[in-house]
Design a protein around this ligand. Structure first.
Ligand SMILES: [Zn+2]
Ligand SMILES: [Zn+2]
Length: 426
């Protein structure tokens, strides 16, 4: 194992010639700006009562700034379309929360409640709105796909408020999140392939990781939920061996009904091999404004080539999936009427419901990926690449293929390592 890992690392290093995992030959993806995802994603918005098999709607005009629709008295982000409930208690409800560039999904099955990832810092309000929409007061299970800031930034406050009974993680939790989990009395479970548990009437199965490689994205928890005969899969930012293993397991079962697409639609995930196993019918990309080129048209094309309908939170806002007791799939969506606000208090819903700057803009500055926001907001600025694992000083030779400015604190929080060649600040 060690030998093969070392060999793989050597091959990667040779390919990248950087030691930082950068793929030198790849050109930089242009910063997407406000309308960068235009055209890439099939934008048929899931209608409130439409079946998943309905015809995708026409592409709505990409909007630079998703303004709140209700001009007066914007109250809740998630409530504007009203979620369908179907007959009887649904087997599973999932809200893919529009947290900008990041992931968060609220789950409910019967009285059981869960959360998969906690969005970037500043998205707590939007997640609270979704939790309230599903009537969640306390979390049974928190699944942290991996420990990158766009998946964990909102968690310390949410953990303090919703006191999850247990948290599934892959890797060592540190810092404020670890303290919050301790404070909430949450039992932290290292989730590995094969772990199963009842989530209400749904069955949860961990498909990956089998073990830890040390790369947070590769080690993302891939979670399958089976509810009323439907398969819903959450992938975190899974890639490489983790994604391959998950795809191999999925290949042994029926097609995936709903796939939370890995890594915000990065071209380096959602491989043809994975899709051959998963065969997703519907795909949800959780993504906001970013400088990484997410979602990539390559990944979206691969999804569509397999027949999947593709939705994104950036286009549709928060997306609610209901699996009815009879196994029907219903969708509703809501552009964030309430904006994602930064520094939201733990006090409740009103904090997430104020008007003001657009959620996208807030998410961008939270992600710290845009050079303007990184430099404007003070602090040391470093540079990362689209594919690398290191952060660099300006002028480092490994920044030739792409260069994304980022605050040092964000780079470190997002798991980037200092480049050994240019020796950036630590
Ligand atoms: Zn990640
Ligand atoms: Zn991510």
């Amino acid at each position: 194992m060690l030998v093969s890992v070392a060999l793989a690392a050597a091959i990667l290093a040779a390919l990248a010639a950087s030691g930082c995992g950068d793929s030198g030959g790849l050109s930089a993806s242009a910063a997407q700006g406000g309308s960068g995802a235009g055209g890439a994603v099939a934008t048929g918005s899931p209608s409130a009562s439409g079946k998943v098999t309905g015809t995708p709607g026409p592409a709505p005009t990409p909007t630079r700034s998703p303004k709140a629709t209700p001009a007066a008295g914007a109250t809740t982000a998630g409530g504007s379309t009203g979620a369908p409930t179907g007959g009887g208690s649904p087997a599973l409800r999932v809200v893919f929360v529009d947290v900008g560039q990041g992931d968060a999904a609220v789950l409910r099955s019967g009285s059981w409640t869960g959360l998969v990832d906690g969005g970037p810092a500043g998205s707590e309000g939007a997640i609270e709105v979704a939790l309230a929409k599903l009537g969640v007061r306390r979390l049974d299970t928190l699944v942290i796909s991996h420990l990158h800031a766009d998946h964990t930034g909102g968690l310390p406050a949410l953990v303090a408020e919703y006191r999850p009974r247990r948290a599934w993680v892959a890797g060592a939790v540190r810092g404020g999140l670890a303290a919050a989990l301790r404070g909430a009395g949450t039992a932290v479970v290292q989730a590995r392939r094969g772990l199963t548990k009842r989530f209400g009437t749904a069955k949860a199965t961990v498909l990956a990781p089998g073990g830890l490689s040390g790369d947070a994205n590769t080690d993302s928890i891939v979670l399958e939920l089976d509810a009323a005969g439907r398969r819903v899969v959450f992938t975190g930012d899974s890639t490489g061996a983790g994604e391959t293993a998950a795809g191999a397991t999925l290949a042994r079962g029926p097609p995936v009904d709903v796939l939370k697409v890995s890594h915000h639609g990065s071209r380096y995930s959602t491989t043809t091999g994975f899709l051959r196993g998963a065969r997703p019918r519907t795909a949800v990309i959780s993504v906001g404004r970013n400088s990484y080129g997410h979602p990539s048209s390559d990944a979206v094309k691969r999804l569509r080539a397999g027949g999947a309908r593709v939705f994104s939170t950036r286009r549709s806002g928060s997306i609610t999936l209901t699996v009815t007791a009879a196994g029907g799939l219903r969708w509703s969506y809501a552009r964030s009427g309430a904006q994602i606000t930064r520094g939201v208090s733990r006090g409740g819903l009103s904090s997430g419901a104020s008007g003001g700057s657009s959620g996208g803009a807030a998410a961008t500055s939270v992600a710290g990926a845009a050079s303007s926001s990184a430099s404007a907001s003070g602090g040391t600025v470093v540079y990362v690449t689209n594919t690398g694992e290191c952060y660099h000083q300006k002028g480092c030779r490994y920044l030739s293929s792409s260069r994304i400015a980022m605050k040092l604190s964000h780079a470190k929080a997002d798991g980037y390592r200092p480049c050994s060649v240019c020796d950036p600040p630590r």
